[in-house]
Design a protein. Structure first.
Length: 351
């Protein structure tokens, strides 16, 4: 990916979780329970393959098929949607420092990016003009905050979020804890390396070129898992530099505390836009299907969003969001939106 003119704006934001209390959460029926817990299968020999979950034999990207084809039905009959409408706000967890996906504009103070636009459209579909309360969270807190917990699993006195949109990879281990939407974007892991303007070349062209060096990645991300796996399988002897928020990696990279950064190419593209002495290099060495995360009991809300995503794939909304965010300054067309995959176990919402 090559940038032609994205405005640079490095932003590092401290995660904030404290909010005023919201209304009592409702479930999707008297028998509501977390989706049947698929167990992660052994890592595929092909890192570009979609993981299959051993617990139910379904691909990780399989989600809960909408039982109704009418969005209005969910608004009227589903307990999860009724809870959100009653509390008169959509409480979301998202990033505050991932340029092009979820980052605060230093001039306006507003969050902007692909995930932010998705969240805005979800809120509008639930109820026109529905306010959004943003919780800027780090990578490690993406799953716990859906349960009103901190990263250590301790219950904390905070509102649970209704949905998380945070460049979050769908995988089997996470399906044990939360619900996912269908895949709405497919990314892949790459490397951000230093660029020498004199030679016109980056100082590394792949992860293998960084043997024995320090590479930054976020705690709680699939990126750090993939880095550790590459270390073990290829004997790279790379020293992982872990941070709570991936945005901190750019600071460490610029300060010389890390020789490179590894992460999803979507995120690294934003970093490259902020640092002219860096380049995203090499081929993808993983597949990272992005999904929206929901509370375990909110099967109806997941179905509602899956129905929305079906519409957005058909009417070009996902392409429009890409053009307004990731596509700014990129000299390429929007990537094909991943098709919906269904078949995961889920509960029928209460009528």
């Amino acid at each position: 990916m090559r940038f032609t003119g994205v405005r640079a704006a490095a932003v590092v934001i401290t995660a904030g979780l404290a909010l005023a209390a919201c209304g009592q959460a409702a479930d999707d029926g008297p028998s509501a329970a977390p989706v049947a817990a698929p167990v992660a299968a052994p890592r595929a020999a092909d890192p570009m393959a979609i993981e299959t979950c051993a617990g139910d034999g379904k691909p990780a990207v399989a989600s809960i098929e909408p039982r109704q084809s009418n969005l209005a039905w969910y608004r009227t009959n589903n307990a999860s949607l009724q809870r959100i409408i009653k509390q008169n706000r959509l409480i979301v967890g998202t990033s505050g420092d991932v340029l092009l996906w979820g980052a605060r504009n230093p001039e306006t103070g507003q969050l902007e990016g692909f995930d932010i636009e998705v969240l805005k459209r979800i809120a509008e579909a639930i109820k026109p003009g529905l306010p959004i309360t943003y919780k800027v969270i780090n990578y490690a807190n993406r799953l716990p905050v859906l349960a009103g917990q901190n990263v250590d699993g301790d219950q904390v006195d905070i509102d649970k979020v209704d949905v998380v949109a945070h460049t979050m990879t769908i995988n089997c281990a996470r399906w044990n804890k939360i619900l996912f939407s269908t895949e709405y974007y497919r990314a892949g892991q790459k490397v951000l390396a230093r660029y020498n303007p004199v030679t016109g070349k980056p100082l590394a062209s792949s992860l293998a070129d960084l043997k024995g060096q320090k590479v930054c990645a976020a705690t709680g991300s699939t990126n750090i898992d993939n880095l550790n796996t590459a270390n073990t399988e290829q004997g790279l002897e790379i020293t992982p530099v872990e941070v709570d928020d991936l945005g901190e990696c750019l600071v460490k990279f610029q300060q010389g505390a890390a020789n490179a950064i590894t992460g999803d190419d979507t995120v690294l593209a934003g970093f490259a836009a902020q640092d002219k002495y860096s380049r995203v290099v090499g081929d993808r060495f993983s597949v990272e299907p992005y999904g929206l995360g929901f509370r375990p009991e909110d099967t109806g809300f997941a179905e509602f969003v899956n129905l929305l995503l079906e519409q957005w794939r058909s009417d070009g909304t996902l392409d429009d969001i890409w053009k307004a965010t990731m596509g700014k300054g990129l000299d390429t067309s929007p990537p094909a939106s991943p098709p919906a995959v269904y078949g995961r176990a889920g509960l029928v919402p209460a009528s």
